[in-house]
Design a protein around this ligand. Structure first.
Ligand SMILES: Nc1nc2c(c(=O)[nH]1)N[C@H]1C(S)=C(S)[C@@H](COP(=O)(O)OP(=O)(O)OC[C@H]3O[C@@H](n4cnc5c(N)ncnc54)[C@H](O)[C@@H]3O)O[C@H]1N2
Ligand code: MOO
Length: 256
Protein backbone atom coordinates (compact mmCIF):
# COMPACT_ATOMS: atom_id res chain seq x y z
CA UNK A 1 0.00 0.00 0.00
CA UNK A 2 1.36 3.47 -0.82
CA UNK A 3 1.95 5.71 2.19
CA UNK A 4 -0.33 8.71 1.70
CA UNK A 5 -1.43 11.31 4.25
CA UNK A 6 -3.85 9.00 6.10
CA UNK A 7 -1.42 6.07 6.30
CA UNK A 8 1.44 8.31 7.50
CA UNK A 9 -0.80 9.84 10.17
CA UNK A 10 -1.92 6.38 11.34
CA UNK A 11 1.74 5.26 11.62
CA UNK A 12 2.61 8.41 13.56
CA UNK A 13 -0.39 7.94 15.86
CA UNK A 14 0.81 4.41 16.57
CA UNK A 15 4.22 5.92 17.45
CA UNK A 16 5.93 4.18 14.51
CA UNK A 17 8.77 6.43 13.36
CA UNK A 18 10.52 4.11 10.89
CA UNK A 19 9.01 1.76 8.30
CA UNK A 20 10.50 -0.42 5.57
CA UNK A 21 9.37 0.64 2.13
CA UNK A 22 10.08 -0.78 -1.33
CA UNK A 23 12.44 1.09 -3.64
CA UNK A 24 10.87 2.87 -6.60
CA UNK A 25 11.69 1.01 -9.83
CA UNK A 26 14.17 2.90 -12.03
CA UNK A 27 12.61 3.50 -15.42
CA UNK A 28 14.01 4.75 -18.73
CA UNK A 29 11.52 6.11 -21.29
CA UNK A 30 12.63 6.08 -24.95
CA UNK A 31 10.37 7.62 -27.62
CA UNK A 32 11.32 6.49 -31.12
CA UNK A 33 10.65 8.21 -34.44
CA UNK A 34 12.64 10.49 -36.74
CA UNK A 35 9.51 12.64 -37.18
CA UNK A 36 9.47 13.71 -33.53
CA UNK A 37 10.40 17.22 -32.37
CA UNK A 38 10.35 18.59 -28.81
CA UNK A 39 7.17 20.63 -28.21
CA UNK A 40 7.73 24.36 -28.77
CA UNK A 41 10.55 23.93 -31.31
CA UNK A 42 10.01 24.80 -34.96
CA UNK A 43 8.99 21.93 -37.21
CA UNK A 44 9.14 21.26 -40.92
CA UNK A 45 6.67 19.30 -43.04
CA UNK A 46 6.21 15.73 -41.79
CA UNK A 47 7.43 16.45 -38.25
CA UNK A 48 5.19 16.24 -35.18
CA UNK A 49 5.55 17.25 -31.52
CA UNK A 50 6.85 14.48 -29.26
CA UNK A 51 4.16 13.79 -26.66
CA UNK A 52 4.52 10.14 -25.60
CA UNK A 53 7.65 10.80 -23.54
CA UNK A 54 5.86 13.26 -21.29
CA UNK A 55 2.79 11.00 -21.16
CA UNK A 56 4.79 7.95 -20.13
CA UNK A 57 7.04 9.81 -17.67
CA UNK A 58 3.99 11.18 -15.86
CA UNK A 59 2.19 7.82 -15.87
CA UNK A 60 5.31 6.12 -14.46
CA UNK A 61 5.55 8.71 -11.71
CA UNK A 62 1.86 8.27 -10.83
CA UNK A 63 2.52 4.52 -10.57
CA UNK A 64 5.37 5.09 -8.09
CA UNK A 65 8.26 4.64 -10.53
CA UNK A 66 11.34 6.86 -10.79
CA UNK A 67 12.07 8.05 -14.35
CA UNK A 68 15.86 8.20 -14.44
CA UNK A 69 16.05 9.14 -18.12
CA UNK A 70 13.61 10.30 -20.80
CA UNK A 71 14.88 10.67 -24.33
CA UNK A 72 13.73 10.55 -27.93
CA UNK A 73 15.75 8.86 -30.66
CA UNK A 74 15.52 8.67 -34.45
CA UNK A 75 14.76 5.58 -36.49
CA UNK A 76 18.39 5.06 -37.47
CA UNK A 77 19.32 2.56 -34.75
CA UNK A 78 22.63 3.85 -33.37
CA UNK A 79 21.09 6.25 -30.83
CA UNK A 80 18.57 3.58 -29.79
CA UNK A 81 21.38 1.01 -29.33
CA UNK A 82 23.34 3.53 -27.22
CA UNK A 83 20.34 4.18 -24.99
CA UNK A 84 19.64 0.47 -24.49
CA UNK A 85 23.31 -0.16 -23.68
CA UNK A 86 23.33 2.67 -21.11
CA UNK A 87 20.09 1.44 -19.54
CA UNK A 88 21.33 -2.12 -19.14
CA UNK A 89 24.90 -1.71 -17.90
CA UNK A 90 26.79 -0.18 -15.01
CA UNK A 91 25.51 1.83 -12.11
CA UNK A 92 22.72 3.43 -14.12
CA UNK A 93 21.09 0.10 -14.98
CA UNK A 94 17.31 0.49 -15.20
CA UNK A 95 14.75 -1.96 -13.88
CA UNK A 96 12.36 -1.13 -16.71
CA UNK A 97 12.73 0.39 -20.18
CA UNK A 98 9.58 1.65 -21.90
CA UNK A 99 9.79 2.45 -25.61
CA UNK A 100 7.08 3.96 -27.79
CA UNK A 101 6.72 3.54 -31.55
CA UNK A 102 8.62 1.35 -33.94
CA UNK A 103 6.96 -1.99 -33.14
CA UNK A 104 4.54 -2.46 -36.02
CA UNK A 105 4.96 -3.24 -39.70
CA UNK A 106 6.13 0.03 -41.27
CA UNK A 107 9.37 0.73 -43.12
CA UNK A 108 11.23 2.10 -40.07
CA UNK A 109 10.67 -0.01 -36.96
CA UNK A 110 13.71 0.67 -34.82
CA UNK A 111 12.59 -1.35 -31.79
CA UNK A 112 11.89 -4.35 -33.98
CA UNK A 113 15.11 -3.96 -35.96
CA UNK A 114 17.35 -3.54 -32.92
CA UNK A 115 15.68 -5.83 -30.38
CA UNK A 116 13.93 -8.27 -32.69
CA UNK A 117 15.75 -11.26 -31.19
CA UNK A 118 15.48 -10.15 -27.57
CA UNK A 119 11.79 -9.25 -27.40
CA UNK A 120 8.61 -11.03 -28.34
CA UNK A 121 6.43 -9.07 -30.77
CA UNK A 122 2.71 -9.85 -30.55
CA UNK A 123 -0.61 -8.68 -31.89
CA UNK A 124 -3.04 -8.32 -29.02
CA UNK A 125 -6.80 -8.42 -29.63
CA UNK A 126 -7.39 -4.97 -28.18
CA UNK A 127 -8.03 -1.51 -29.65
CA UNK A 128 -5.99 0.55 -29.36
CA UNK A 129 -2.77 -1.25 -28.56
CA UNK A 130 -2.64 -4.11 -31.07
CA UNK A 131 1.13 -4.25 -31.74
CA UNK A 132 3.10 -4.93 -28.56
CA UNK A 133 6.59 -6.05 -27.65
CA UNK A 134 7.94 -7.38 -24.37
CA UNK A 135 11.03 -9.13 -23.12
CA UNK A 136 13.61 -9.39 -20.36
CA UNK A 137 17.18 -8.49 -21.37
CA UNK A 138 20.20 -10.41 -19.96
CA UNK A 139 20.69 -7.55 -17.46
CA UNK A 140 17.26 -8.42 -15.99
CA UNK A 141 15.78 -5.19 -17.36
CA UNK A 142 12.15 -5.52 -18.42
CA UNK A 143 11.47 -3.93 -21.82
CA UNK A 144 7.97 -2.89 -22.82
CA UNK A 145 7.69 -1.88 -26.49
CA UNK A 146 4.49 0.13 -26.77
CA UNK A 147 2.86 1.28 -30.03
CA UNK A 148 3.47 4.89 -31.02
CA UNK A 149 -0.02 6.28 -31.42
CA UNK A 150 -0.66 8.40 -28.32
CA UNK A 151 -3.90 6.71 -27.20
CA UNK A 152 -2.35 3.31 -27.94
CA UNK A 153 0.68 4.16 -25.79
CA UNK A 154 -1.50 5.39 -22.91
CA UNK A 155 -3.83 2.39 -22.93
CA UNK A 156 -0.95 -0.07 -23.36
CA UNK A 157 0.79 1.49 -20.35
CA UNK A 158 -2.31 0.91 -18.22
CA UNK A 159 -2.88 -2.65 -19.40
CA UNK A 160 0.70 -3.96 -19.38
CA UNK A 161 3.20 -1.62 -17.71
CA UNK A 162 1.37 -0.15 -14.73
CA UNK A 163 0.55 -3.55 -13.16
CA UNK A 164 4.21 -4.58 -13.56
CA UNK A 165 5.50 -1.37 -11.94
CA UNK A 166 3.11 -1.86 -9.01
CA UNK A 167 4.10 -5.53 -8.63
CA UNK A 168 7.79 -4.50 -8.59
CA UNK A 169 6.91 -2.35 -5.57
CA UNK A 170 5.28 -5.28 -3.80
CA UNK A 171 1.77 -4.00 -4.36
CA UNK A 172 -1.08 -6.50 -4.69
CA UNK A 173 -3.75 -4.07 -5.93
CA UNK A 174 -2.49 -3.98 -9.50
CA UNK A 175 -5.53 -2.70 -11.34
CA UNK A 176 -7.40 0.56 -11.71
CA UNK A 177 -10.60 0.88 -9.67
CA UNK A 178 -13.49 -0.33 -11.84
CA UNK A 179 -17.21 0.44 -11.95
CA UNK A 180 -20.02 -0.82 -14.11
CA UNK A 181 -22.04 2.08 -15.48
CA UNK A 182 -24.84 2.33 -18.06
CA UNK A 183 -23.85 3.84 -21.40
CA UNK A 184 -25.26 7.34 -21.99
CA UNK A 185 -25.19 6.92 -25.77
CA UNK A 186 -24.55 4.40 -28.52
CA UNK A 187 -21.13 3.73 -30.06
CA UNK A 188 -19.56 1.19 -32.39
CA UNK A 189 -16.67 -0.98 -31.30
CA UNK A 190 -13.91 -2.66 -33.36
CA UNK A 191 -14.80 -6.21 -34.40
CA UNK A 192 -12.87 -8.95 -32.60
CA UNK A 193 -10.83 -6.64 -30.35
CA UNK A 194 -11.46 -5.58 -26.77
CA UNK A 195 -12.01 -1.82 -26.83
CA UNK A 196 -10.45 0.62 -24.36
CA UNK A 197 -12.29 3.85 -25.10
CA UNK A 198 -11.28 7.18 -23.50
CA UNK A 199 -14.46 8.12 -21.66
CA UNK A 200 -16.10 10.66 -19.39
CA UNK A 201 -18.64 10.08 -16.65
CA UNK A 202 -21.92 11.94 -16.96
CA UNK A 203 -22.85 12.86 -13.38
CA UNK A 204 -25.89 15.00 -14.26
CA UNK A 205 -28.13 12.57 -12.31
CA UNK A 206 -26.16 11.93 -9.09
CA UNK A 207 -28.21 8.75 -8.49
CA UNK A 208 -27.38 7.32 -11.90
CA UNK A 209 -23.95 8.04 -13.29
CA UNK A 210 -23.50 7.12 -16.94
CA UNK A 211 -20.49 6.71 -19.22
CA UNK A 212 -19.95 8.26 -22.63
CA UNK A 213 -17.03 8.56 -25.12
CA UNK A 214 -14.69 11.45 -24.26
CA UNK A 215 -14.94 12.78 -27.82
CA UNK A 216 -17.64 12.28 -30.46
CA UNK A 217 -16.82 10.46 -33.68
CA UNK A 218 -15.09 7.28 -32.65
CA UNK A 219 -11.93 6.12 -30.99
CA UNK A 220 -8.94 6.98 -33.20
CA UNK A 221 -5.74 5.89 -31.53
CA UNK A 222 -4.08 9.13 -32.70
CA UNK A 223 -6.61 11.40 -30.89
CA UNK A 224 -4.46 12.80 -28.10
CA UNK A 225 -7.23 15.32 -27.32
CA UNK A 226 -9.55 12.48 -26.25
CA UNK A 227 -6.94 11.46 -23.70
CA UNK A 228 -6.84 14.95 -22.24
CA UNK A 229 -10.60 14.90 -21.66
CA UNK A 230 -10.81 11.30 -20.43
CA UNK A 231 -11.35 10.47 -16.80
CA UNK A 232 -11.81 6.76 -17.49
CA UNK A 233 -11.49 4.00 -20.06
CA UNK A 234 -14.70 2.22 -21.06
CA UNK A 235 -13.79 -1.44 -21.64
CA UNK A 236 -15.99 -3.29 -24.12
CA UNK A 237 -15.55 -7.05 -24.76
CA UNK A 238 -14.31 -8.20 -28.19
CA UNK A 239 -17.63 -9.97 -28.91
CA UNK A 240 -19.66 -6.73 -28.62
CA UNK A 241 -20.16 -4.87 -31.93
CA UNK A 242 -22.29 -1.95 -30.71
CA UNK A 243 -22.88 -0.46 -27.27
CA UNK A 244 -26.49 0.69 -26.90
CA UNK A 245 -27.74 3.37 -24.47
CA UNK A 246 -28.35 1.76 -21.07
CA UNK A 247 -25.96 -1.18 -21.64
CA UNK A 248 -23.78 -1.77 -18.59
CA UNK A 249 -20.14 -1.06 -19.41
CA UNK A 250 -16.99 -1.70 -17.38
CA UNK A 251 -15.30 1.61 -16.55
CA UNK A 252 -11.69 1.92 -15.32
CA UNK A 253 -11.19 5.13 -13.36
CA UNK A 254 -8.06 7.14 -14.16
CA UNK A 255 -6.25 9.60 -11.91
CA UNK A 256 -5.13 13.12 -12.68
N1 LIG B 1 1.01 -3.09 -41.82
C1 LIG B 1 0.52 -2.74 -40.62
N2 LIG B 1 0.65 -1.45 -40.21
C2 LIG B 1 0.18 -1.10 -39.00
C3 LIG B 1 -0.45 -2.06 -38.16
C4 LIG B 1 -0.54 -3.40 -38.59
O1 LIG B 1 -1.04 -4.28 -37.88
N3 LIG B 1 -0.03 -3.70 -39.83
N4 LIG B 1 -0.93 -1.65 -36.94
C5 LIG B 1 -1.25 -0.25 -36.80
C6 LIG B 1 -1.51 0.06 -35.40
S1 LIG B 1 -2.96 -0.55 -34.78
C7 LIG B 1 -0.69 0.86 -34.68
S2 LIG B 1 -1.10 1.27 -33.08
C8 LIG B 1 0.54 1.42 -35.23
C9 LIG B 1 1.69 1.31 -34.23
O2 LIG B 1 2.87 1.25 -34.90
P1 LIG B 1 4.24 1.68 -34.26
O3 LIG B 1 4.34 1.32 -32.83
O4 LIG B 1 5.30 1.16 -35.12
O5 LIG B 1 4.15 3.26 -34.21
P2 LIG B 1 4.76 4.34 -35.17
O6 LIG B 1 4.50 3.98 -36.59
O7 LIG B 1 6.15 4.56 -34.75
O8 LIG B 1 3.84 5.55 -34.73
C10 LIG B 1 2.45 5.56 -34.95
C11 LIG B 1 1.97 7.02 -34.98
O9 LIG B 1 2.19 7.62 -33.71
C12 LIG B 1 3.02 8.77 -33.85
N5 LIG B 1 3.97 8.80 -32.74
C13 LIG B 1 4.96 7.91 -32.53
N6 LIG B 1 5.67 8.24 -31.44
C14 LIG B 1 5.14 9.39 -30.97
C15 LIG B 1 5.46 10.24 -29.87
N7 LIG B 1 6.49 9.99 -29.05
N8 LIG B 1 4.71 11.35 -29.68
C16 LIG B 1 3.68 11.63 -30.51
N9 LIG B 1 3.31 10.84 -31.56
C17 LIG B 1 4.04 9.76 -31.79
C18 LIG B 1 3.77 8.54 -35.14
O10 LIG B 1 4.24 9.74 -35.71
C19 LIG B 1 2.73 7.86 -36.00
O11 LIG B 1 1.83 8.81 -36.54
O12 LIG B 1 0.88 0.76 -36.43
C20 LIG B 1 -0.21 0.69 -37.37
N10 LIG B 1 0.31 0.21 -38.60
O1 MOO C 1 -3.73 -0.88 -32.02
MO1 MOO C 1 -3.52 0.55 -32.86
O2 MOO C 1 -3.12 0.87 -31.24
O3 MOO C 1 -5.31 0.39 -32.95
O4 MOO C 1 -4.02 2.13 -33.16
Amino acid sequence: MPLGPRQLAALAAADIARVTVSEAPHVVVISTGSELVEPGLSRSRGQIPESNGLLLETLVRQAGGDVVRRVHVDDGGSAFRREIAAATTGGSRADVVITSGGVSAGAYEVVKTELGDALRFSRVAMQPGKPQAFGVLPSGTLVFGLPGNPVSAAVSFDVFVRPALLALQGRSDLHRPALRLPAAESWHTPPGRRQYLPAVIDRSDPARWRVRPATPGGSGSHLAGALALAEAYAVVPAETAVVEPGDLVEVLLLEG
